[in-house]
Design a protein around this ligand. Structure first.
Ligand code: ZZB
Length: 258
């Protein structure tokens, strides 16, 4: 599985993360690394999810940069030319996902230039980087979780403002309009992020519709078919130093339900 790894630079640590990581990363740039299969949707990021119970690490990449992801992902990256020294992984600090919530980060290419880290229970520790950037216009999981967080901000111990950024239309599909994920969640009557079976169905439909019939509504490739724009957006991000390729080794892939 070939992902695009998006570099989301920390702008301000949340109150619980700051005392644990600020001193250890002085003078360095720290990036949350989100693994995505949909680089063409990055214009519509509204937040970024971590698993509240997942353990993350801050890994030295070179003299200047530190990447935040799961240790497993950092090890993979070390063998994919991401780190200065092949195969070497140096961990500066470990931190649990729930302590990262409320951290403000840059969202490359997004209409909302800066977004917040929020919790999502369904983030899988053994897939991608364990960091999932959220595009509620086109990802049913992201949409359902964002609505849940907005409804129960107090229960999830988040500042409602962190989940308040407006949903941005990115891709039009003939069947589902300008916000495919929102339309699907409503049509399939998905009530919560726990409706796993229906969410898997919605995701499959959203992938297919977006890829085969979607047209870009925004960005450098506005008006272009998604099929064609997808790799162009990806190349643009990589050329700008805002992303890099990240591959998942065979045998460790948690496949999506077909
Ligand atoms: C942004 C995005 C926008 C995504 C979209 C999807 C969609 P898959 O499809 O199961 O192979 N993801 C990445 N890592 C994890 C993880 N550890 N746990 C849970 N979800 C994760 O997985 C690839 C997609 O699942 C990734 O692409 C990421 O969300 C999420 F509009 O990034 B995506 C219809 C889907 N649309």
């Amino acid at each position: 599985q070939e992902y695009t790894a998006l570099k989301m630079e920390v702008v301000q640590w949340g109150a619980e993360a700051a005392p644990e990581v600020d001193a250890k990363t002085q003078g360095k740039k720290v990036f949350f690394i989100a693994a995505t299969l949909r680089p063409e949707t990055m214009y519509g990021q509204t937040n970024c999810y971590v698993g509240p119970n997942i353990e993350y690490g801050l890994f030295t990449i070179n003299d200047k940069d530190v990447y935040l992801c799961t240790e497993r992902a950092a090890r993979n990256m070390a063998f994919q030319g991401t780190t200065q020294e092949r195969g070497k992984v140096e961990c500066l600090a470990k931190i649990k996902g729930n302590k990262l919530i409320g951290t403000k980060i840059n969202a490359p290419f997004a209409h909302h230039g800066q977004v917040y880290i929020l919790p999502m229970e369904s983030v899988l520790p053994g897939k991608g980087t364990g960091v999932v950037t959220s595009v509620p216009s086109d990802s049913p999981d992201d949409y359902a979780n964002l609505m849940e967080l907005r409804k129960k901000a107090e229960y999830y111990k988040i500042d409602p403002q962190w989940a308040a950024l407006e949903i941005i239309p990115v891709i039009n599909t003939p069947k589902y309009g300008d916000v495919t994920a929102e339309t699907l969640v409503k049509q399939l009557k998905i009530q919560s992020p726990k409706d796993a079976v229906k969410l898997a169905e919605a995701k499959e439909i959203a992938y297919k519709e977006g890829f085969y019939n979607g047209k870009m509504l925004v960005g450098s490739f506005k008006g272009m078919d998604v099929q064609e724009a997808k790799n162009k957006v990806r190349d643009e991000m990589i050329a700008a130093g805002l992303a890099f390729p990240y591959a998942e080794p065979e045998g460790r892939i948690v496949s999506r339900s077909a």
